[in-house]
Design a binder for this molecule. Structure first.
Ligand code: URA
Length: 182
């Protein structure tokens, strides 16, 4: 893992390294069987290097708590490691270059359950493992089983900041993790 951390810190493969402060690599437990993959660091993450440490992170913590998990018990990362200026959406070229790091993380962690959060990571993960492309609205909360791996795409927690209905959906969807591990 240390080699990968160094590689990411030194990375200059796209222009985001020029405007970011710290790369956001992961937080949580490298031995966890559950991996959450967000989109990209925001302002708080860029300042601390810790994924999901702002408002979306509070929602993720609340969701984890609702299934009796703490963030220290799961592994949390993002599809791209450096903050896009003004929190714009990640560009395809940036995802293409940065996915190599996510792939290496997944190889190291060997998760049993992957929860991509939001459309960008869901698109990437469903394409990687199923060679399929779905809209997040169609597939959130669905349990995909690929041999021993389970994929449960979910809405991005930021979508629930001003939307209680999305929060309810997320709370329902996250329960699938527990059911699928039984
Ligand atoms: N949104 C993300 O997708 N990732 C973070 O780390 C924070 C906000």
């Amino acid at each position: 893992m240390n080699k990968l951390l160094e590689e990411i810190k030194e990375c200059k493969k796209c222009s985001l390294h020029m405007t970011r402060n710290l790369p956001t690599i992961y937080c949580g437990n490298t031995k966890s069987k559950i991996v959450f993959i967000g989109e990209a660091p925001g302002k708080n993450e860029d300042e601390t290097g810790v994924p999901f440490c702002g408002r979306a992170g509070n929602i993720l913590d609340e969701l984890l708590e609702s299934i009796n998990l703490k963030r220290e018990e799961v592994y949390i990362t993002n599809i791209i490691k450096c903050r896009p200026p003004k929190n714009r959406d990640p560009e395809e070229g940036e995802i293409k270059k940065c996915k190599e790091y996510l792939d290496k993380q997944l190889e190291m962690i060997k998760p049993k359950v992957i929860c991509p959060l939001g459309r960008f990571s869901s698109k990437y993960i469903l394409n990687k493992y199923l060679s399929e492309s779905y809209e997040i609205g169609e597939v959130h909360g669905k349990v995909f089983k690929i041999n021993d791996l389970i994929i449960i795409p979910m809405y991005h927690p930021a979508a629930a900041i001003y939307d209680n209905k999305k929060l309810d959906i997320l709370k329902k969807d996250i329960k699938k993790i527990i059911n699928s591990l039984k």
